[in-house]
Design a protein around this ligand. Sequence first.
Ligand SMILES: *Cc1c(COP(=O)(O)O)cnc(C)c1O
Length: 383
Amino acid sequence: MHDDSNVSPESRLAQACHYIDEVTGGISPPIQLSTTYARAPDYSYIGNYSYGRADNPSWEVLEKVCADLDGGADAKCFASGMAAVCAFFETVNTGEHVVAPRIMYHGSQDWLRRISARRAIGLSLFDACDLEDLARQVRPGETSVVWIETPVNPTWDVIDITRAAKIAHDAGAILAVDATVSSPVTTQALAHGADIVFHSATKYLNGHSDVVAGMLVTAREDDRWEEIKLVRTLTGGILGPFEAWLLLRGMRTLFLRFEQASRSALQLAQHFENHPRLRRVLYPGLESHPGHDVACRQMTRGFGGMLSLLVDGDAEVAKRIAGNTRLFVRATSLGGVESLIEHRASVEGPHSAVPENLLRLSVGIENCQDLIEDLEQSLQNPE
Ligand SMILES: *Cc1c(COP(=O)(O)O)cnc(C)c1O
């Protein structure tokens, strides 16, 4: 690999940081399936590899590309987003204190609640739209981690990473950012002051709804990072070599996919903003959205493909509208090439804080006019 730091990020990503296999000249990396590695007669390793749970060359190009994409010192891939979240929170010790948003990815919050109860870790939740509340919740000298997510699912409020980082650092804590929804295309969380970035690579990074994977990217290779790597090796939350290869293949088109999804989502949001069957459209690209100003500063290449519709009616009306779509697929998840619609409260279950009339859309890369017409016809026939 040669120095390509002077070319733009989408060029580097398209070529996987100018990857060329040193043995064959192949421009797509091989998949190493071996679980173990032979030693030389003097018992030294032939390559730098020992055993499949500890290291695999199929991770290396992927991790280098992810570190590059987020401007980090190193990146590590995991078997799923949640495997990465769990590995990260393994580094928090009994007696320490964590602050996280009240509304955040429910799996991460469930895990946090569980470990905080079992390991006597303090946990405070703040109102994701209110950084003054974050400042009140941190405990200087005791809080070790502030975890945020931006934009916030499913209201898509945008948290100011620079301000959150200052609050965390002033209290002696680190800032970890779940950047799954913004993606490194539009938000460079580390450059805004975050210490660690997390991605559910299942979503935009892979983009084709066919790989479950997670990624952590660090600003520095410090003691916590060493611990995270050790946790991955010892708990075995590793990505399969074929999944690593698929993920790298999907990622090469990330900029194209994300920018198309952002363009279409903005068009949909503007088209449906004053629709008579909707009470509101929530999208950070709309001037009416409370997070719009921060989004303009922090989301530099599009506002993303996620938006929510608050329908004029109850859960039944919302579900009927979702039931009428012909192009939007009724399914959970986000960030894939195919557009999805979901009744979020049903997905999260009876304890969900999500309004019952909210429909969440993940906009894909289909023709935008087709998407608009599909939603128009679903809204016309709520019976
Ligand atoms: C999907 C998701 C996760 C969990 O990732 P998995 O790959 O499903 O384990 C975490 N955070 C956010 C914001 C997500 O959308």
